[in-house]
Structures are given as C-alpha cells and as structure tokens.
Design a protein around this ligand. Sequence first.
Ligand SMILES: NC(=O)c1ccc[n+]([C@@H]2O[C@H](COP(=O)([O-])OP(=O)(O)OC[C@H]3O[C@@H](n4cnc5c(N)ncnc54)[C@H](OP(=O)(O)O)[C@@H]3O)[C@@H](O)[C@H]2O)c1
Length: 190
Amino acid sequence: MLEECLAWADACLVGAGTLRAHGGTCLIHGEDLLRQRRRRQQPDQPPLVVVSRHARLDGDLPVFQQPLECWWLAPGQARVDRVPPWFRGAIPLPHWRALLPTMARKGWRRLVVLGGAQLATTLASHDLLHEIHLTLCPTLLGGGHLWLQDRALIPPNLWRPVESRSLGGGEWLCRWRRQSECEPSPDSPP
Ligand SMILES: NC(=O)c1ccc[n+]([C@@H]2O[C@H](COP(=O)([O-])OP(=O)(O)OC[C@H]3O[C@@H](n4cnc5c(N)ncnc54)[C@H](OP(=O)(O)O)[C@@H]3O)[C@@H](O)[C@H]2O)c1
C-alpha cells in the first residue's frame, strides 16, 4: 500500500527526526509500479524532501546511500548557505502557507507525507493535509508513540471516510478525505 502511494507521488516529505530514528526510507520495488513511473517519465523513486531547521543529519545514514534524490526543506529563518553534500539542494520555506506553491515550482504537486509527529502536526495545523491513510493492526502502543504531537487534534467533522479494506495479514487500510474534496479526482492518491 505504501509503495502504491510512493508510486503516485511526485515527492515525499519526511521530518528529520524520522530519518534519525529509522536511518532509511521505504522504496518502490514492484515492477508494475516502477513501469508506471517510467511511462510517466518520472524517476523510479520520488525525491525525498527532508524537513529540518539546520540539516544536521549524519551523511552516513543509509538514506543517503539509497537510490533517490534527497532535498533539504528549510522552514522559517533557516540559513541555507551551506548545504551538506548529501542533499541535492536546499529549498527555503519562509512560511508553511507557501509549501504547496513552493513544491509546485519544482514540479511536485502530488505529495506524500511520511511523518513523523512534528511534521504531521505542523501540516495539520496549517490545514495542508488532504487525505489521511491509516493502517490498523491489533498492536496498540502507549507512551510516546503518537501520530501527532501532544494536544494536536485533527477534528473528525472535516473528514469523510472514502475507503476501508483489508491489506491481508490482519492489517486494514482506512482512508479519509477532506469533506470539500470528496469527489475522486485524477489527483487523488490510490
Ligand atoms: N507510525 C508511523 O506511521 C510513523 C511515521 C513516521 C515516523 N514515526 C515515528 O515518529 C518518530 C519521530 O517523530 P518526530 O516528531 O521526532 O519527528 P519528525 O517530524 O520526523 O522530526 C522532527 C524533526 O524534523 C524537523 N521538523 C519537523 N517538522 C518541523 C517543523 N514544522 N519546523 C521545523 N522543523 C521541523 C526538525 O528537524 P531538525 O531538528 O533537524 O531541525 C525536527 O526536530 C520516530 O520515532 C518515528 O518512528 C512514526
């Protein structure tokens, strides 16, 4: 399921904390999905846009050896005059309201957010999420394992369920779309 979303995407956003925790990111392996991207003249893997104020990420992280382009998205007043060589370049973002036009200028209109909590909270609070995909399986984690940061809320009345299906292995996929965007469009993710 994640591979299908990646195959749909022009680019993926991820918070630096998630990369520090996981080291690498998920890749598209399915031959059909790779063929679809090649037909659309897209790179095999969507570029990974790493959100960080200072880009202090270890260049030895496995992600920087993975076969994909990594970009640094620098929100706020971050200085981008020194870009670590493992990034293809820096993208200054003076304000989150400018996110979609900034991404569109690079040709990236279909964006997939890979987390984590801080980035998801920021995007939710600026009303920048258009679909939510949750996969559910019967493992409940307590403590700090949260999808959003403390006290952040995505109000339920804004969202309409558009799909729930079994992914096999006891796992379910549930998707919600913004109420105002409930008609499926070619730009909706799979
Ligand atoms: N269950 C899931 O589906 C899922 C998905 C993804 C991640 N996770 C988990 O989430 C945890 C990481 O969460 P997190 O909240 O620390 O991670 P995060 O959002 O991935 O990363 C936080 C860091 O990213 C940068 N960042 C994110 N949003 C920013 C913003 N609005 N403004 C400026 N910088 C921003 C900052 O990097 P700098 O410090 O470099 O400035 C910040 O310290 C990991 O344990 C991971 O396993 C779970």
